[in-house]
Design a protein around this ligand. Structure first.
Ligand SMILES: N[C@@H](CCC(=O)N[C@@H](CS)C(=O)NCC(=O)O)C(=O)O
Length: 218
């Protein structure tokens, strides 16, 4: 059993228009980078992903992680697990901790819960998918919050900002409407060295997979 955190992701995703740079293993890489935790990344095959790891992720998705005897799926749950290891991600003060928890769930359950079906339906060409007004409302509320504060909780970066920024930085969502406070927030968060490292590692991982695949296809 590995004594460091193992982050599982796909061995390949379609390039160049696929999700490289946005696969949710990035959240876990980023959290480990922020917290200074040692980790390794392992892969499962993209082909057959619907069925080839259901014992680890019951919906056939990634990411999931190993940490000693602990095996977990759902990026949010994995983030909170990692956040317990480092005050960088999760404040120890109970009031600040409650704020960070609250905003982490807001990212995943109030914003991503709307943004993912919105961009997915938009991508399929649905003209008015009924979610636009809902998303507009969520994004403008967040923009208002971000116009009044630099960080979501504890007056500093926490796991809540990691989750919220990862939800909001999706290209389609980011370019939908004009939200200066959100844009400034995203620049601030994605300028962090830990994000940059996680992002460039994920891009390198999928670029290498693409090159290997192209070579094999010859
Ligand atoms: N709620 C899950 C969502 C996981 C998810 O959507 N994973 C994507 C990659 S970012 C995936 O595995 N997609 C492949 C598929 O659904 O076939 C989480 O946050 O972990």
């Amino acid at each position: 059993m590995a004594d460091n955190v193992v982050i599982w992701t796909l061995d390949w995703v379609p390039m160049p228009d696929g999700p490289a740079g946005f696969v949710r293993d990035l959240r876990l890489r980023w959290a480990c980078e922020e917290a200074g935790l040692s980790y390794e990344v392992r892969t499962i095959p993209f082909e057959g992903r619907e069925a080839n790891h259901l014992d680890r992720q019951p919906f056939g998705q990634v990411p999931y992680l190993d940490d000693g005897e602990i095996r977990m799926f759902e990026s949010g749950a994995c983030l909170l697990h990692l956040a317990r290891k480092s005050e960088v991600l999760m404040p120890r003060d109970p009031v600040d901790e409650a704020q960070a928890l609250q905003w982490t769930f807001a990212a995943l359950n109030s914003v991503e819960m709307v943004s993912v079906p919105w961009w997915f339906l938009d991508m399929t060409g649905a003209q008015e998918n009924g979610l636009t007004g809902w998303l507009e409302s969520r994004l403008s509320h967040i923009d208002r919050v971000l116009s009044e504060r630099e960080w979501l909780a504890a007056d500093r970066f926490t796991v809540a900002d990691l989750a919220m920024a990862d939800v909001l930085r999706v290209g389609k969502v980011r370019s939908f409407g004009d939200r200066p406070a959100t844009e400034a927030y995203l620049s601030r968060v994605t300028d962090r060295p830990a994000f940059k490292k996680a992002y460039s590692d994920q891009m390198a991982h999928f670029a290498a997979a693409e090159a290997k695949r192209a070579q094999a296809q010859g």
